[in-house]
Design a protein around this ligand. Structure first.
Ligand code: TYD
Length: 139
């Protein structure tokens, strides 16, 4: 089945269970539906903290709770919002371009890993929600 690249979805990742410790891997173009251009991670986030608060013009990403838990609230600017509680290291959340995201309710010690389709480019960000809405509605 071809997945719609404009719709967020949970991606189940391979899980090699082992009494010595479990292992999960992912491959660009396979479990992640784009070539991975950049990896970054958030850590030392104080419990209960909020981050995010932006959207991307072109960038797509997969977000993984490698450790701990947090909520990802996605808003497509067209009246649809959804909240994903991530707390397993073998699930990824695919976030399409043009989705406003808020990251909320971090548990202390959590690590949020991001696989991104583009290198860092501040010009790709919407940091102003009303500008994002205006562009969604104008397109
Ligand atoms: P930002 O994307 O706003 O963080 P979050 O959405 O998690 O709250 O990035 C925070 C700062 O880090 C901002 O000044 C840009 C910088 N940054 C980079 O220089 N390179 C990167 O790859 C990322 C993700 C951020």
């Amino acid at each position: 089945m071809i997945e719609d690249p404009s719709i967020p979805r949970i991606v189940q990742l391979p899980r090699i269970q082992d009494p010595r410790g479990n292992l999960t891997f992912l491959e660009g173009g396979n479990h992640v539906p784009f070539d991975i251009a950049r990896v970054y991670y958030l850590y030392d986030v104080p419990g209960g903290e909020t981050r995010g608060g932006h959207a991307h013009r072109e960038l797509e990403q997969v977000i993984i709770a490698v450790s701990g838990s947090f909520d990802v609230v996605l808003d497509n600017g067209d009246g649809h919002q959804e909240r994903h509680f991530l707390n397993r290291s073998y699930y990824g959340l695919y976030v399409p371009r043009m989705h406003w995201r808020e990251l909320e309710n971090f548990s202390s010690g959590s690590v949020l890993l991001v696989l991104a389709s583009e290198k860092y480019d501040e010009d790709d960000y919407y940091r102003d929600y009303s500008e994002f809405l205006s562009d969604v509605r104008g397109s």
